[in-house]
Design a binder for this molecule. Structure first.
Ligand code: PHE
Length: 343
């Protein structure tokens, strides 16, 4: 009996050590510890052992069972996780798999940054469709039929009813029709204009529209919000200039400039060498804005005697170009990894 135990131990340990895969290991487990396994069989044979030897033999079989279980347990993690040769460990000298980590496109990054400033002021982000109809792109915004931007040359028409929106302002009208003031919203998105592509024009670009409507919104609120935005975006010392302008959907309207971020509008820098960014003017235009035209309020069913509001619209590419010192708008859309990697 003792010899048999020793024999079984030797062959079990050998088989387990040499097992090359999980299957072989499982076979060894069944062969020794299974219901009809060799070790199990030994326990069954205990009845034939003389009473004097019973205690000792019992101990030996228990020890054998433990040895086999332990050998199985130790081998299992080595073989699991791969069906190829268990004798082979991971080769740590192989070169690693380098994962390319993606990043945000500079335009997405700029949109997030701009929206972030306004979100911190309590604005909510709203989106609208890129395929629009004439009503929202023009009529609701008080852009009359004879206005030059209605001309097919200035807008991509899909058919005589639908077009690619030429600005994000139509979302103003869509939002107001289905929501009640007070609210403050920011509308990022793509817009389309059939411009010939060059360093500063693209047939598709991005805008961010802002709209605030409540019962007592004043021009000073517009100035405050935009001044805070410009300082967060371009630095604390940025100065603002509001020039009278015209948009059919705002009255009064303004074009908004910031002090040149390259020369700061500094007179000493302007002469005799003209600044390459502002051309010596000292100011750079960044957006259009104004107080919402009462006609627009009437078009969406608001009472202009009861509500006032301001709106603004800016080009995202323009902001990104200024912020990062980019010289050609086409770089944003060429997908050249050498350009995109820099952000
Ligand atoms: N929609 C105008 C444009 O595309 C910008 C603008 C928006 C101006 C809101 C005033 C108010 O040029």
């Amino acid at each position: 009996m003792r010899d048999k135990i020793r024999e079984i131990e030797k062959s079990a340990v050998e088989e387990i050590t040499l097992a090359v895969d999980a299957d072989a290991l499982e076979k060894a487990r069944v062969k020794y510890l299974g219901r009809k396994g060799l070790v199990t069989e030994l326990f069954k044979n205990m009845s034939g052992v003389s009473p004097a030897d019973k205690a000792e033999i019992g101990k030996l079989i228990n020890a054998l069972k433990e040895t086999v279980s332990k050998a199985l347990d130790e081998k299992t993690p080595v073989l699991s996780g791969g069906s190829d040769s268990g004798a082979q460990k991971t080769d740590i000298t192989l070169p690693g798999i380098i994962r390319e980590i993606g990043r945000l496109h500079p335009i997405s990054k700029t949109i997030e940054e701009i929206c972030g400033v306004f979100i911190s002021l309590g604005f909510k982000v709203v989106e609208g469709p890129e395929i629009e109809n004439e009503h929202y792109n023009f009529e609701a915004l008080n852009i009359p039929l004879e206005h030059p931007s209605r001309d097919a040359f200035d807008t991509f028409y899909l058919n005589d009813k639908w077009l690619l929106r030429s600005h994000t302002s139509p979302v103003q009208a869509r939002f107001m029709e289905t929501n009640k003031p007070p609210f403050a919203i920011i509308i990022p998105g793509k817009v389309y204009r059939p411009d010939a592509t060059d360093a500063s024009h693209s047939f598709m670009f991005h805008q961010i529209e802002g709209l605030v409507v409540s019962d007592n919104i004043r021009f000073s609120d517009l100035k405050g919000a935009l001044t805070l935005f410009a300082r967060q975006m371009f630095g604390e010392n940025t100065r603002m200039r509001f020039r009278p302008s015209f948009f059919p959907f705002t009255e009064p309207s303004a074009e908004v400039d910031i002090s040149c971020i390259l020369c700061s509008g500094d007179a000493a820098q302007r002469a005799p060498h003209k600044c390459s960014l502002c051309g010596g003017k000292g100011w750079i235009e960044i957006l259009g804005a104004g107080m919402v035209n009462p006609k627009v309020f009437r078009n969406v069913g608001y009472n202009p005697e009861k509500v006032t509001g301001f709106a603004f619209g800016m080009g995202v590419e323009r902001i990104a170009i200024l912020k990062y010192g980019i010289t050609d708008i086409r770089m944003f859309f060429e997908n050249d990894i050498r350009f995109l990697r820099q952000f």
